[in-house]
Design a protein around this ligand. Structure first.
Ligand SMILES: Cc1cc2nc3c(=O)[nH]c(=O)nc-3n(C[C@H](O)[C@H](O)[C@H](O)COP(=O)(O)OP(=O)(O)OC[C@H]3O[C@@H](n4cnc5c(N)ncnc54)[C@H](O)[C@@H]3O)c2cc1C
Length: 376
């Protein structure tokens, strides 16, 4: 262990990334200040992320959060791929050799609440409704203005500033970090339905409609999420039980972007502030949690200058994977969608391919954390 940091650390953003960073620092004896523009954690019924991967569970084991997640989460035992309702591929997660199932399901709002609960045992709570509105100084000595809910403003000059403030990061923009990349032309639509009785939550299903796709994944014991590239997708849903209510709906466009460096002087970026991509593969929240764990480890070792060099390869790997997965599921050309339906059943007989798929789903395709002996 290197010297513990005595520096003042301001974390902007209390999503999964900011909360994990504050927690991982606290358990190593490093205090930080955590602020968030939002007035509360993500409302559970508006959770974007549902999938918590095996890498995240490895990373959050030391803080005790993994055990809390496992007590509430649902194991996914199958990934099913269909075309026009006809089964093409079924991948069983039980075949994957790892301490944890590749992906467990827990809504983001619940994961955030577990992180908050653990954080409170160190006497740390985010300052909600506190927005970082302006920055001055430079990367060496950042100076920030905070706007509190009661209208009061405050100027702070932390030794380290971490932007964990999401895709529209004020920290990233103010310090001039470039965010190159592109948007794709497909829009995604989402609807969560709660049923009158418990439903089978052990699998994810992806049904190619050719053109378009309809995904179905569990949210909780009686709620399913439907995701599609087709606007009228709700007319195509084969509900597994009597609908009680539609609990959430949303639509979003997809961009693939990442910064070229994740730290400049004493300003650091983590999570969506540093990289955005499609939800195909359930990687965004998991990658942000991984950034936060690495940054906390490096700060505690006084090696934070190495952060960008160590994290950028992981970011590039995940963006490449999610780009490829997204291109595959959003294919429009009829010749290519036909070929896809023809070739996919072969995957059932290619264990190497299913292992590679599960390895990615588990988040184990990025460098393992060196501070956890034997981590996958
Ligand atoms: C439909 C969908 C499904 C997804 N599914 C998955 C999945 O299954 N698994 C997965 O890993 N990922 C998934 N993701 C991605 C995941 O939701 C994000 O990657 C994750 O929320 C990023 O966390 P974050 O903490 O970096 O940012 P955010 O969750 O966006 O949090 C940002 C924080 O910063 C605060 N903030 C913003 N601006 C300021 C400011 N100026 N001052 C102070 N605070 C500020 C906000 O209040 C908030 O607290 C999905 C995304 C979508 C859209």
């Amino acid at each position: 262990m290197g010297e513990r940091s005595e520096k003042s650390i301001l974390i902007a953003g209390a999503g999964p990334t900011g909360l994990t960073l504050a927690l991982e620092l606290a358990r190593r004896g490093v205090l930080s200040r955590l602020i968030a523009k939002a007035s509360s954690p993500t409302p559970t019924h508006e959770s974007r992320a549902l999938g918590v991967n095996a890498r995240t569970l490895t990373l959050l084991e030391a803080s005790g959060v993994s055990a809390m997640i496992l007590a509430k989460a649902r194991r996914l035992t199958k990934f099913k791929i269909l075309a026009a309702g006809k089964p093409l591929v079924t991948i069983e997660t039980e075949t994957f050799r790892s301490r944890y199932c590749p992906i467990q399901i827990l809504p983001q709002g619940e994961t955030e609440r577990l992180l908050l609960q653990k954080l409170s045992s160190f006497g740390i709570a985010p300052e909600w409704s506190t927005e970082l509105t302006a920055l001055s100084g430079d990367g060496k000595k950042p100076v920030v203005t905070l706007q509190h809910a009661d209208g009061r403003t405050e100027t702070v000059a932390p030794d380290m500033l971490v932007g964990a403030d999401g895709a529209h990061s004020a920290v990233r923009k103010a310090f001039g970090f470039a965010f190159p990349g592109n948007a794709i032309d497909s829009r995604f639509f989402l609807a969560d339905y709660r049923y009158a009785q418990p439903v089978d939550t052990s699998f994810i299903e992806m049904n190619f409609l050719n053109p378009g796709v309809l995904g179905r994944l569990p949210v909780s014991e009686d709620t399913m999420r439907y995701l599609s590239t087709v606007e009228d997708f709700e007319t195509r849903i084969d509900h597994p039980a009597m609908v009680q209510e539609r609990t959430w709906s949303s639509e979003f466009s997809i961009s693939f972007r990442h910064v070229e460096t994740m730290n400049r002087g004493n300003v650091f970026l983590a999570g969506d502030a540093a990289h955005v991509h499609s939800p195909a593969g359930a990687r965004g929240m998991n990658l942000g949690i991984e950034d936060a764990c690495w940054l906390a480890f490096l700060i505690s070792e006084s090696r934070e200058r190495e952060y960008s060099d160590l994290r950028m390869p992981a970011v590039k790997t995940v963006l490449k994977d999610t780009r490829r997965n997204t291109a595959f599921i959003t294919l429009k050309n009829p010749a290519l969608t036909g070929l896809r339906s023809l070739l996919l059943p072969l995957v059932n007989h290619m264990p190497g391919l299913t292992t590679a798929f599960l390895h990615n789903a588990a988040g184990q395709d990025t460098p393992p954390p060196p501070w956890i002996p034997g981590a996958q």
